[in-house]
Write a protein that binds this ligand. Sequence first.
Ligand code: FAD
Length: 289
Amino acid sequence: MIGTVQRILRPKSVDELLSTLAELQGPRHLLAGGTDILVKAKDGKVAPGTWIDVWPLDELRGVTAHDDRIDLGANVTMTDVERSPLLRAEARALWDACYEAGAVQIRNRATLGGNVANASPAGDSIPALYSLGATVHLRSVRGERAVPIEALFTGPGKTVIAPDEAIVRLSLPRVRGAVGAFLRLGQRKAQAISKVSAAATATLGADLTVEAARVALGAVAPTVVRAPEVERLLAGRALEPGLMAEAGELAASGVTPITDVRSTKVYRREMVAVVVRRALASLVDRRRG
Ligand SMILES: Cc1cc2nc3c(=O)[nH]c(=O)nc-3n(C[C@H](O)[C@H](O)[C@H](O)COP(=O)(O)OP(=O)(O)OC[C@H]3O[C@@H](n4cnc5c(N)ncnc54)[C@H](O)[C@@H]3O)c2cc1C
C-alpha cells in the first residue's frame, strides 16, 4: 500500500486538478471516497504512482435540477442520492441502487464518479444509470466531452476515460411520469457485491401500457448490458404478470454470465429472470402509487 502511494496531491479546484493531470508523467490515480481504490491498493492491484485527492472538491458535489435534466456532480455520494427527494421521485432506479448498496459507512463515502470509473460489471449505480439514459461528462484541459454511459465501458475495470480526464458530472434526462426500479441479489442483504442486478425505467400509460422502457442488467457480462430484446417485447403492451414473466425469461436467455467466486452461471441466469420480473412488477406498483 505505502509503495503504491508515491505521493498525494490535493488540488484546490477542478481547473488545478485538470492542469495537474495534464502535466503528470506516469501512473496517476484519482482518490474520491476511496472505498474501491484503497481496497485494491491493499491487495497490490494499483500501480505505484501519484494519487490525487478529489474528495475535498466541492465543485464536484451537488444535485442540480434543470428544466430538461438533472446534473449530479462526480462526488455526489450514495448517501446524497438516498437523501434527495428529487432523485427518489424522478430517478427511482438510481435511488434504489444507492439505498441498497454497501452499508451506511460505505454509502457516506461511495461517490457516483468512483462507482462509474471503477467500471465493475457489478457496480450498482451503473444499471440504474443505463436505465435512466445517463450521460457522463469528462473534462480535461483539452475541453469537455459528453459520453453516453453505455459507451463508457470497454471491459471489466476498463473505460474510455483518458489519463488526463476526470468525470465532472453525470446528467439524467428528465422524463415526466417515468417510473423506475433497481433490484439486486447478493450473498447477504448488506456489504455484499451483487451477484445479479436489474434496473428498469419506463413510462406507462394509464392502462399500464409501456410507452418506453429501458432495462439493464448487472454482473452477467464483462460490462453492464442493456436488454434490447426485452425492451422490444414490452413496447406498446400492458404490463401484466404473464408479460413480466416472459420478459424475465427472455432476459435470462439473452445473457451469458460466468461462474466466479460469487456465484455460478446457472444460478445467475435463473436469477436474471427473477430480478427482471420483480423490477417490472415494482414499476406497476409505483405507477399505481
Ligand atoms: C465493504 C464494501 C461494500 C461495498 N458495497 C458496494 C455495493 O453494495 N454496491 C456497489 O456498487 N459498490 C460497493 N462497493 C464498492 C464501492 O463502495 C463503490 O464502487 C463506490 O461508489 C466507489 O466510489 P469511491 O468514491 O469510493 O471511489 P474510489 O475508490 O475513490 O475510486 C474508484 C475508482 O474511480 C476513480 N475515480 C474516482 N473519482 C473519479 C472521477 N471524478 N473521475 C475519474 N475517475 C475517478 C478512481 O481513480 C478509482 O479508479 C463496496 C465497497 C466496500 C469496501
